[in-house]
Design a protein around this ligand. Structure first.
Ligand SMILES: *Cc1c(COP(=O)(O)O)cnc(C)c1O
Length: 465
């Protein structure tokens, strides 16, 4: 799918605190809505309120296809699970199910929604550290995969298991690179579970091993597979039959062109931020590589016993399972905020107040910043004064700021214009969303492919089928 970078920050850099531009990469369909039919988007916001999240669920299927192509080229068996926590949209879960992949769930509610979306319960994988007995029982009844996070959870499953059908389990391993993490089990605990699995009829069947790491590098994941090789061998020596290694999620996506991003990082100064602070860390917004290349690099990494990871998986007849969240929702949504007012502040700066809050574009709540420029969408001709402004939400909290950077607008936004944040489906748009000040929850609209009419956008509700 063609993507283009379009931004609003092309103003001349007249002040030392003018930030370098970070125009977002934008799919053609989203770009078309913003630039060819801005009146349509504005009408949708009038009808459904601000902010408004617009989704293109079919785009998820293309993201699945990219990963499938790489895995097929390497001739490894694989199982993909959509990491459903990345976004609350039922339409995205349906798109994942329609694309033929499984769903990774971490709560009874995510499980319910996956089943409502038509997921085969056997293609559901449950992760997360707190699985209640009720949740575990439902997973077990559906013959879903359960990533066991602790010996405590192993015991709970054993208790449930005697009366019911066996539970299909992955043992979640805590890789050496994440030794201080609270998730998963260390080598001793894994060996303990393997011994118990081999010893008696306990109602658990070992399907394989699981891990999930923070960060976005492929190298620690490859290292974790090295560490797991010994446990795979041990399990087989105990006559168990592990058939899958699940490497979790964390496949990266790119929000802005890599060279612009590097330029931005080199140029940024405390004075570019309204509070005079450069955040300590950012997501690699303009990083290399993207998900498909990342997966290729991972599969080409050196493997235990020689060759590469793909060779190892083939040799050991292991399937590779992956649970991508963010990378599957790349380019599936934008979030539009209506401009309420523009207020001049000291030192020639402005603040743009929008109808909506930073809970609907939440990176600033993590002490970081969403490093894409909002796109100004207007049905007025483009005259007016240039201005530098940060973007604030409608609440009374001083920290309710969507963008702390002083964005260089070629012309001052006007009340009624829209500021559109691109590519928000990957956690930004609804992780923290709430009804603060009793504002209703923002609406989501799901677009049909090539949507160009108001009736091509349908409310994204679980019961909208
Ligand atoms: C969050 C999570 C994922 C998805 O991570 P992304 O970075 O969104 O790809 C997958 N598996 C587990 C266990 C997770 O906790």
């Amino acid at each position: 799918m063609k993507r283009e970078a379009i931004g609003c920050a092309a103003a001349p850099r007249t002040r030392s605190w003018a930030t370098a531009a970070l125009p977002p990469l934008l799919d053609w369909t989203a770009s078309n809505l913003l630039h060819s039919t801005p009146q349509l988007l504005m009408a949708l916001v009038r009808q459904h309120g601000s902010p408004l999240h617009v989704l293109w669920p079919h785009r998820l299927k293309e993201n699945v296809q990219v990963l499938r192509t790489v895995l097929t080229r390497h001739e490894v068996r694989f199982e993909l699970f959509y990491g459903a926590k990345v976004n609350k949209s039922p339409a995205l879960v349906r798109a994942a199910v329609e694309s033929g992949i499984g769903v990774d769930v971490s709560s009874a509610y995510e499980l319910r929604d996956a089943l409502l979306a038509g997921a085969d319960p056997r293609r559901i994988c449950a992760t997360g550290p707190v699985k209640t007995d009720g949740f575990l029982a439902r997973l077990q009844e559906g013959d879903s995969l359960i990533a066991v996070d602790s010996v405590h959870e192993f015991n709970a499953l054993e208790r449930l298991g005697t009366a019911r059908r066996p539970a299909r389990v992955l043992l979640r391993y805590r890789p050496a690179s994440a030794y201080a993490s609270r998730f998963g089990m260390d080598g001793d605990e894994i060996r303990h579970c393997l011994q118990r699995l081999a010893a008696t009829d306990h109602g658990l069947v070992l399907e394989g091993f699981h891990f999930h790491l923070g960060g976005y590098a492929h190298e620690p994941r490859a290292a974790a597979v090295h560490e797991l090789a010994a446990h795979v061998a041990k399990a087989r020596a105990l006559r168990l039959r592990p058939r899958v290694i699940d490497i979790g999620g964390g496949l990266p996506i790119r929000y802005v062109e890599a060279d612009l991003y590097q330029h931005y990082l080199r140029e940024q100064r405390p004075a570019h931020y309204r509070h005079g602070r450069v955040p300590d860390s950012f997501y690699p917004y303009g990083g290399e590589p993207e998900a498909g290349q990342w997966l290729d690099l991972f599969l080409r990494s050196p493997a235990p016993g020689g060759g590469c990871i793909a060779d190892y998986l083939r040799r050991e007849d292991l399937a590779l399972a992956i649970e991508p969240g963010r990378s599957l929702v790349d380019q599936t949504a934008v979030s539009a905020f209506r401009v309420h007012s523009v207020k001049p502040l000291a030192r020639d700066r402005h603040v743009v107040f929008v109808e909506g809050s930073s809970f609907s574009a939440c990176e600033t709540w993590f002490g970081s910043e969403y490093l894409v420029d909002p796109i100004l969408v207007s049905d007025h001709a483009g005259d007016g004064e240039p201005c530098h402004a940060y973007i604030a939400g409608h609440s009374c909290l001083d920290d309710d700021v969507l963008t702390n950077r002083l964005i260089a607008f070629p012309r001052r936004p006007r009340p009624g214009d829209l500021l559109v944040y691109a590519n928000t489906a990957g956690y930004q748009m609804d992780l923290l969303e709430n009804e603060f000040h009793r504002h209703p929850m923002p609406r989501r609209l799901a677009a049909r492919p090539e949507a160009s009419q108001p009736d091509h956008f349908v409310p994204d509700l679980p019961w909208s089928d």
